[in-house]
Design a protein around this ligand. Structure first.
Ligand code: DP6
Length: 337
């Protein structure tokens, strides 16, 4: 099934409708960081994953969007106060997504986006971007879909976006259906107020290879990838248990092992892929050394050189001292420290 057919099926009688003139919608969605990664698709058009994944939202970082019908009869995207040029990948992906809900060019839009996430820095800007866009479209068209339906729609923009419809911990259940209607986010009820995440940013430059392309190359060429589904089911079980029992060591060890395994599958792809900068490697050594000295800190890494440190509030002073540039995010109440 193609993306456009699925959208038609989900929208039903809403499909092809034009939003009312002068309507404006406003939405915010948080970024999310996977503790158990999504890496590999069983359907590249519908962004259906080969395995389930689990993330935690970063409430202070995300995308805010004001979406309106543009009476100027042109599409306009303003990102962080600058117009987005039509020859950029950002513009293309955005328009392609809107066009799923605009089978004929019968109306134009203006989107004013404020992202507090560095675009393309492996900090999941596309996740909060597509999640906020789908929330805004839901208002603009008055679909009144629930979060799970919106999660399915957000997934069509970017897989990890389906986890950005909720705060807190969210599991993306891989599902088995060919149309992917059972492949969406499901929020976990547990909260963990003492859990902290620190952003260690070494570069906000665009990545040398997109996560989309890297994921595909890994699935097609990496021999190590054969072990990935088994690794994920074991890590997923441990991470859910750790969250239920607030067992920090189990959480840190399992999340870190999962990220290391994901990067190992990429390194084994042909040609091999590495997102690490020298700073990434030295910081990983430092984290290990800190653990040897009794400080409980772990890391995870996505498709970029930056690291996300995982630790408990009680260890924040020690960790901030070792990493002076660290931006610490409160996961379960808005704001940064
Ligand atoms: C490494 O969701 O950006 O961050 O579905 O192709 O848009 P597409 O990929 P995307 O991949 C995210 C990969 C990851 C791991 C994760 O967030 O689970």
């Amino acid at each position: 099934m193609k993306k456009s057919e699925l959208v038609q099926q989900i929208l039903g009688s809403h499909f092809g409708k034009v939003p009312e003139n002068h309507r404006t919608a406003e939405a915010f969605a948080p970024s999310n960081i996977a503790l158990c990664k999504y890496w590999g698709k069983r359907d590249t058009d519908l962004n259906l994953p080969l395995t389930s994944s689990l993330s935690v939202a970063l409430p202070a970082f995300g995308s805010h969007i004001l979406l309106s019908v543009n009476s100027d009869k042109k599409d306009e995207i303003i990102l962080n106060d600058s117009p987005v040029q039509s020859d950029t990948q950002f513009y293309r992906r955005f328009i392609d997504y809107i066009n799923l809900f605009r089978p004929k060019l019968s109306w134009y839009f203006k989107a004013v986006i404020h992202s507090t996430v560095p675009v393309s820095a492996g900090l999941a800007s596309s996740a909060s971007g597509f999640a906020s866009l789908v929330l805004a479209l839901n208002q603009l068209f008055e679909w009144q879909f629930d979060r799970r339906q919106l999660s399915v729609l957000a997934r069509l923009g970017s897989g990890s976006a389906c986890r950005s419809l909720w705060d807190g911990f969210v599991e993306w259940q891989a599902g088995v259906r060919a149309d992917g209607m059972d492949s969406h986010g499901v929020p976990l009820e547990q909260i963990w107020p003492d859990l902290c995440l620190g952003l260690l940013i070494f570069s906000v430059d665009a990545k040398p290879i997109s996560s989309r392309e890297a994921m595909q190359r890994t699935v097609q060429t990496s021999r190590l990838y054969r072990d990935w589904p088994a690794q994920v089911s074991s890590d997923m079980e441990k991470i859910k248990k750790a969250i239920r029992e607030k067992n920090f060591l189990l959480l840190g060890e399992s999340a870190e092992a999962n990220a290391i395994a994901m990067h190992a599958t990429m390194a084994d792809a042909i040609p091999g892929i590495s997102y690490a900068l020298p700073e990434t490697k030295t910081s990983i050594q430092k984290i290990r050394q800190m653990r040897d000295e009794g400080i409980s800190v772990y890391f995870t890494q996505d498709a970029g050189p930056n690291l996300k440190l995982i630790f408990l509030r009680q260890d924040m002073p020690d960790i901030s001292r070792c990493f002076p540039g660290l931006q610490v995010v409160q996961l379960f109440s808005a704001g940064t420290f």
